[in-house]
Design a protein around this ligand. Structure first.
Ligand code: UDX
Length: 443
């Protein structure tokens, strides 16, 4: 079993560390945030991810995982260091902010006194791996014995444990053929199943990650553009997606029209990719990603306009919102379409009542002019309009009789196109979908 370090205990780092420990590797995970390290060492995961707290607690109990803020301890412990720090959007531009990567590499390099492998998992602009490799060789006592592999991560929030333990592919960007065996040993369990292995160079490995996310984002904006068209001409975008999805060259997944994508990855990754392509003089060829971003953001304004169309004016009206997270099974509200729509309505003068099964602490932390309601039935109290914006399972299992008695108007806009029309209609509700017959166009 390998002696591993994991640098950075965000979403990626905590999941990777706990999963590697569950496979029997000896893991030390580092973060510069002392409070976070203390909390993780006590078995507390600072975000909502199904199955992860249990996995972490099991790994702590077996002694396979430890947390530290000490770079010296980290460097002494491990032969393989996984770089899992965040690469958020820069505050000043659409490009990625690489300061966490730079800071980690600068802290680690002088302590690398023995041969070791650094494995980059963070999402980075193409060219970063080569820079890191050069820096480590130039600034580590072990010099040329410090090797780098680029191994992008494709985990989805809400499925992070499953995606880490059973990834649908493992990509290794390498410079030295000998490094492959170290990683195939570490990932032996997944590779002994049906996970394919792709071995390539640094630049290709870096691009695989951003290309995958750009493609997924493009699929969503593609279908959302058709949702506009469907609303205009009375077509059904869901049936359209089903029909084109039968073509295996297209596929049905990521063609659910609605309020669009958000979260900590897709939006910032398409912007960073465009910024990098522009740096490389290729901006005109990546202009489509600007469009993908714009169609996506426009869905939020569209639902806002639909609400106004429904209510005449939203000033002083009570609007109940189901969901704040950017997707179900997550408490992540970064760039969340649901929360953005709630804010637009609140700023427009509506009394916004918002429910989410797990993300309310995050919402409260932002001090927004929105009432966070813990009890899902209470969120409906006095509502002139209801918006369904995150497709949590519990919203498809509501007691319609009970909530019908709480609202002022039985009118709902389904921003995720997944509520059962027959069920809601039979309880007397008017349901507006996005891009489906009977929907109202806000254009
Ligand atoms: C994404 C990638 O899927 C993952 O491979 C990568 O490692 C990180 O970024 P994640 O951010 O967890 O994962 O979310 P994802 O499941 O991809 O969903 C992104 C957004 O797209 C969500 O807001 C979701 O609601 C939206 N979405 C997804 C749609 O609007 N329609 C769809 O058909 C699918």
């Amino acid at each position: 079993m390998a002696r591993i370090s994991v640098i950075g205990t965000g979403y990626l780092g905590v999941t990777h560390a706990a999963c590697m420990a569950s496979l029997g590797h000896d893991v030390v995970a580092l973060d510069v945030d002392e409070a976070k390290v203390t909390s993780l060492a006590a078995g507390k995961v600072p975000f909502h991810e199904p199955g992860l707290p249990e996995l972490l607690q099991e790994s702590l109990a077996s002694g396979k995982i430890n947390f530290t803020t000490s770079w010296v301890d980290l460097a002494a412990h491990a032969d393989v260091h996984f770089l899992c720090v965040g690469t958020p959007q820069s505050p000043e531009s659409p490009a990625a902010d690489l300061s966490q990567i730079q800071s980690a590499i600068r802290s680690l390099a002088p302590l690398l006194t023995k041969p070791c492998l650094i494995v980059g998992k963070s999402t980075v602009p193409v060219g970063t791996a080569q820079w890191i490799s050069d820096y480590l060789v130039a600034n580590s006592p072990a010099g040329n014995d410090v090797h780098l592999v680029w191994n992008p991560e494709f985990l989805r929030e809400g499925f992070a444990v499953q995606d880490t333990l059973h990834p649908d592919r493992i990509v290794l960007g390498i410079k030295n053929e000998t490094d492959v065996a170290v990683l195939t040993d570490i990932y032996a369990t997944a590779l002994s199943g049906d996970t394919p292995l792709v071995v390539t160079d640094y630049a290709t490995a870096e691009l695989v990650k951003v290309a995958a996310n750009a493609f997924l984002a493009t699929k969503i904006s593609f279908i959302n553009a058709f949702a506009y068209l469907a609303d205009e001409v009375g077509a059904d975008v869901g049936t359209l997606a089903d029909a084109i999805g039968h073509d295996t060259r297209i596929g049905r997944r990521f063609l659910n029209a609605g309020i669009g994508f958000g979260g900590g990855c897709l939006p910032k990754d398409i912007r960073a990719l465009r910024a990098r392509a522009t740096e490389l003089g290729l901006s005109e060829h990546f202009e489509f990603l600007k469009n993908v971003d714009e169609v996506n953001k426009s869905r939020r304004d569209y639902v806002f306009a639909l609400a106004i169309r429904n209510l005449g004016s939203i000033t002083g009206k009570t609007i109940a919102i189901l969901g704040a997270a950017f997707k179900p099974d997550s408490d992540d509200i970064r760039d969340s379409p649901a929360l953005d729509i709630a804010l637009l309505l609140a700023k427009g003068g509506a009394n916004v009542r918002l429910h989410d099964p797990v993300a309310l602490p995050q919402v409260r932390g932002r001090n927004l002019p929105i009432l966070a309601v813990e009890n899902v039935e209470e969120v409906f109290d006095g509502a002139d309009l209801v918006l369904h914006l995150t497709e949590w399972k519990l919203y498809r299992e509501l007691d319609l009789q009970s909530i019908s008695e709480r609202v002022a108007n039985k009118v709902i806009i389904d921003g995720r196109n997944c509520l059962d029309l027959a069920l809601w209609s039979s309880a007397g509700w008017q349901v507006t979908y996005l891009g489906k017959p009977g929907s109202q166009s806000a254009l």
